[in-house]
Design a binder for this molecule. Sequence first.
Ligand code: PMP
Ligand code: GLN
Length: 387
Amino acid sequence: MGKELVVEALRPFGTSIFTEMSVLANTHGAINLSQGFPDFDGPMEIRARASDAILRGPNQYVLSHGIPALRRAVARKMKRFYGVEVDPETEVTVTSGATEGLCATLLGILEPGDEVILLEPCYDVYPPLSAMAHARIRYVSLEGPEFALPREELARTFGARTKAIIINNPQNPCCKVFSREELQFIGGLCAKHDAYAVGDEVYEHLVYDGGRHVTLLDVDGLRDRAFVISSTAKTFSMTGWKVGYVIAAPELSRAVRMSHQFITFCGQAPLQEAMAFAMGFPDAYYKGLLSDYVTRRDRLSGALSEMGFKVYAPQGTYYLIVDIRSLGFDDDVEFCRMLPGKAGVAAIPCSCFWNNRRRGRELVRFCFCKKDETLDEAIERLGKWFG
Ligand code: PMP
Ligand code: GLN
């Protein structure tokens, strides 16, 4: 006893903020607008497919890189939504959620001492995964209320040791959607420095106000330099299934598959089958998903604005952030630790998504992937406290 057992690389990281805030929400019986998961399940037909597959069997290991039907469905999706041709045999690897896809990618390509560029505020798993690969992290913060890409700083940060940059588009938690032009700028830097672009595109179908998602595989110069990681979690409202995938050129996919086979070996067979079916849903499904989220976004953002919060209009994802200074607060962590007990609602402090925790202290994230009645109840509770 007494000697720290946790490996050095992981020591700077505490319990995930999503766990901390969900536990706090449960302790206080608060409405959980912190951790991003829907309080409704995805379509019954998908669940019926999975349950048929379980009852019918086999319930055994499948090919390490995923069942052919799902890999083909991913390839069809890339053609259908982005016009990108993908070979399901050599370019798609099914993983246990996007999280494992990120892990397999980073552990498959990073050597100790390689540099990884992260754009802040960045999703919580990128720093620890990079650290586990013994990479050196270079942080670049997006700027101002628009979360603009600081091009000069980014160009200066790229160098001979840069192995990869992670681009989360749409970006959690700041809800930014990158333009094609911004992605082309990043693509140019990757080509110049012989670096890879790792795209986390799990919110690809949640882009608002006529914006369009641009996948890294469709950016000039990135077709053979990008790893595109996505997931069925948000698109089909089944975050507990953990069916994700990585799409990349054959040589790149080989690196992902190499590590993936020693992390989980393969994903969950019946759930892969059900998601292969789901991905072929007609356009009406995807349009309905988006329009339902527009309604939820407007409901929550309208109410928070009325309470006096400065709300940043999200360009994508199912989150929105508010500036708590407009209501006289200045410490997001304090605010979020107080909120479940005082107001009966939980949210996420955004400073956790910066390496320098002094940044983002004025920002708090609420998720709106909830039933109307849940959002209404949350609004009522917040209204009593702040109204
Ligand atoms: N990336 C981002 C940006 C996320 O917000 C999340 C959480 N939903 C994930 C990855 C994790 O996806 P999965 O549940 O498929 O592992
Ligand atoms: N992606 C979810 C969020 O941002 C959290 C997922 C998790 O708990 N790891 O809220």
